[in-house]
Design a protein around this ligand. Structure first.
Ligand code: C2E
Ligand code: MG
Ligand code: MG
Length: 721
């Protein structure tokens, strides 16, 4: 304005005073018109003050925003309109504007409810001599932008988002926010220097190439980019950041600048990494658990060998997939001898440990490509593959397994021995059928068990016929009882001193219509399995009652009949009462009977056994312990269960004449038993020498082929005559 004034004055130099006044008035009117126009049309605040801060001009908008009228403001000093504190601040600001040749700032402005953000420019006003004679202010309202910018800044600060602007031409930072500098770990001033060499100074060496490549690529294609990388801050701390950049294009379409954000995502990254670790950990655990479940589903819990289902699957799979030269497959069933006794006598915990030990021993003996499974309580199935010499491989394997199983087993301070039997079935791979193989191996096993001293047998076709024999007997026994095919033979028990008969042992026989005479060793166990043992026992006792008078007559004296009781009969609650009824019906005294029981009876249901034996004794029956020495003999039973007589098993008698150890055993048993006040009956005496020996050691009674084979009562009667 001062320049304009000067110009007008110069133009008008040399005019008369009136002309000059008129000119001045015109110019004043012109200025007023301009000011009015400013007042009316320009949406900004405008004021002027003199050097002493008196308002010289205020426009209407300013009047409104400051809350004082133009009349109040014009020629007023700050002290006239504001309180002292504010007046001082206003003066100080005016002075600063004049001293510093202007000030640009965004400030809140207004009173009471109306506060606006003003982007104001305050400037000094100078006269022709360049002396400051006052100051002016031009202010635009920027409330909306300010709020938006502030919100953005706040949001960026909260999100730890720094912003920046980069000149491609100058290769330097043009501007950046405080957050940006904070992320880099420096002051805002240092950020410019740091960014100048950021690849070397900030970016982690591992990420430099990647970032450089990304920036170059974005620049070349004039596109935005987004990249995560690590930085090393001045204090050495490594942070993870995400940078987003967008190109700014010139009017010619060239990328001149990039603007963007930088965010510290270290925490997020750490959480992500922790989540990834947790996920991996979880996946690992799920995997382990699944593997464990799979394992459990395929293995026997106790021994950890394959279960039957997995065994079947593995064998069939192997047969299907392996087209190797091994053309034959052998299926072996191995069964432990007397395992039931281990369980009954030592308890299931010991039994379980025996099975575990045995399973491990079998596994160790097997070739690598064999499969092993526990298919029953103490039954294992093994499959091996081979060529033509599979038979001899099986023999060697069975020997290895048998020897290994037979080694002493140490369990909880116990020293146990257990034997095993095996049945083997070999077939060509193409003809293999698992069910049939199992059946035939089982038949071979059965055969092994029948032959003492044999540990394994191969299946032979004729065995099938033998099994057929057993199956037939099983089916026929009930009919046999009904049709009186079972009869009794009597074997005498004599005094070793003079051979006088004192008793007869009643031994059952089965006269089968097709197979002839069948041994009780075979059909007693069938009767036990089929629940016919009680019926059979009753029938035997009844027949004995009928035969007793005949036998007494032959001997012209009181003799007793010794009847065998199966342990299964003890499970029948009415056993004792039904015996009593039989005796009463037949009018024979119970005291004429000896009941033979075996040691296995003492292993289970001790109380019940004791009570039942007691009832039999009360009735007058004599109790004999049969086959003594073959089971888990314990002399304490003899006292505890109150037996009257012990029958020494023929296994001890067989070689007693020549075997010193057997002699020592027999002498020991006889002495001990007699010391307990019990009688001893020697069984299985086949020679005079055996008899003489037993007599010499004090065995009072004997029974055996030497003194009499088992015979029908009719034959005995006929012989006596
Ligand atoms: P056990 O009670 O030990 O009967 C003795 C067995 O030895 C009988 O066999 C008998 O014939 C046989 N024997 C007797 N003296 C000699 C000998 O000098 N040398 C040889 N080698 N053997 C001899 P058996 O009759 O075959 O009976 C076998 C087993 O069947 C019996 O053994 C007994 O435990 C059981 N048994 C027999 N009859 C019955 C019965 O009616 N009921 C029950 N529950 N079991 C019975
Ligand atoms: Mg007997
Ligand atoms: Mg016996």
């Amino acid at each position: 304005m001062s320049k304009n004034k000067k110009k007008i004055a110069n133009q008008n130099s040399g005019l008369s005073i009136e002309e000059e006044l008129r000119d001045l008035r015109e110019r004043c009117a012109l200025y007023e018109a301009w000011l009015r126009a400013l007042d009316e049309y320009v949406d900004c605040d405008l004021w002027f003050k003199d050097a002493d801060s008196h308002y010289l001009y205020v426009n209407k908008r300013f009047e409104n925003i400051i809350g004082f009228s133009r009349e109040q403001l014009l020629h007023a000093r700050p002290e006239d309109i504001f309180d002292e504190d504010r007046a001082q601040r206003v003066r100080a600001l005016d002075k600063k504007v004049m001293d510093e040749n202007g000030l640009r700032r965004v400030v809140p402005c207004g009173t009471g409810s109306r506060i606006e953000m003003h982007d104001e420019l305050r400037f000094p006003v100078k006269n022709d001599a360049d002396k400051i004679i006052g100051l002016g202010c031009l202010a635009f309202e920027v409330t909306k932008q300010s709020i938006a910018e502030e919100a953005l800044a706040q949001a960026q600060s909260l999100a730890q988002l720094g912003n920046w602007r980069w000149s491609l031409q100058d290769r330097c930072l043009i501007s950046c926010s405080e957050e940006f500098a904070q992320i880099l770990g420096c002051d805002i001033q240092d950020a410019f220097a740091v960014m100048h060499k950021r690849l070397e100074k900030v970016v982690h060496p591992d990420d430099r190439d990647r970032l450089e490549h990304c920036l170059k690529d974005a620049k070349r294609k004039a596109i935005g980019y987004k990249i995560e990388y690590s930085i090393i801050r001045a204090d050495g701390e490594v942070r993870h950041v995400m940078e987003i950049g967008e190109p700014l294009l010139s009017s010619q379409g060239n990328v001149v600048e990039y603007i963007g954000t930088l965010q510290d995502i270290s925490e997020r990254k750490q959480i992500e990494e922790e989540l990834i670790c947790a996920k991996q950990d979880l996946e690992k655990r799920v995997e382990e658990r699944t593997a464990h479940l799979k394992y459990m589903a395929a293995h026997d819990n106790l021994t950890q060998v394959l279960n039957r289902k997995a065994f079947t699957e593995n064998v069939l799979h192997r047969l299907k997939t392996k087209s190797d030269e091994q053309s034959q497959i052998a299926l072996i069933i191995l069964d432990l001898n007397g395992f039931k006794g281990v369980n009954d006598y030592f308890g299931h915990d010991v039994g379980d440990k025996v099975l575990q030990t045995v399973a491990a021993r079998i596994q160790n003996a097997l070739p690598l490509d064999a499969y092993l499974s526990r298919i029953g309580g103490d039954e294992f199935a093994i499959s091996i593959f081979g060529e033509n010499d599979l038979r001899s491989s099986c023999e060697r394997l069975c020997d290895r397994m048998t020897n290994s199983i037979q080694d002493m087993i140490h369990i909880d301070g116990l020293e146990l021995f257990i034997g095993s039997s095996a049945g083997i079935h070999i077939s060509d791979k193409n003809e293999f059928d698992l069910e049939t193989a199992l059946k035939f191996a089982d038949i071979a096993l059965y055969k092994t068990k029948q032959n003492r001293g044999v540990h394994f047998a191969f299946f032979e076709d004729k065995m099938a016929a033998e099994i057929e024999y057993y199956r037939t007997l099983e089916g026929d026994l009930r009919k046999a009882l009904a049709q009186n095919e079972i009869y009794i033979v009597y074997q005498p028990q004599v005094l070793s001193s003079n051979y006088e008969v004192v008793a007869y042992e009643a031994l059952a026989r089965w006269n089968h219509p097709k197979y002839g005479t069948i041994s009780p060793d075979i059909f007693i166990s069938i009767a036990e399995d089929r629940g016919l043992i009680h019926e059979l026992g009753e029938m035997v006792l009844h027949q004995c009652c009928l035969d007793l008078p005949k036998l007494q007559k032959i001997n012209s004296r009181e003799i007793k009949i010794s009847v065998n009781l199966s342990p299964s009969q003890f499970h029948i609650p009415e056993m004792v009462t039904s015996f009593k009824t039989t005796f009463e019906k037949n009018k024979v005294p119970a005291s004429s009977f000896i009941m033979e029981v075996t040691e296995s009876l003492f292993i289970k249901n001790l109380e019940h056994t004791r009570a039942t034996l007691e009832k039999l004794r009360e009735m007058g029956v004599t109790i004999a312990l049969d086959d003594f020495g073959t089971g888990y003999s314990s002399l304490s039973y003899l006292k505890e269960f109150k037996v009257d007589c012990v029958k020494l098993d023929r296994a001890f008698v067989k070689d007693v004449v020549d075997s010193k150890p057997d002699q020592r055993i027999v002498e020991g048993i006889v002495t001990l038993v007699k010391n307990l006040g019990l009688e001893v009956v020697g069984e299985g005496i086949e020679s005079e020498e055996q008899l003489a020996y037993l007599h010499s050691v004090g065995c009072q009674k004997i029974q055996g082929f030497y003194t009499g084979r088992p015979q029908k009562v009719e034959d005995l009667v006929a012989f006596a005559k």
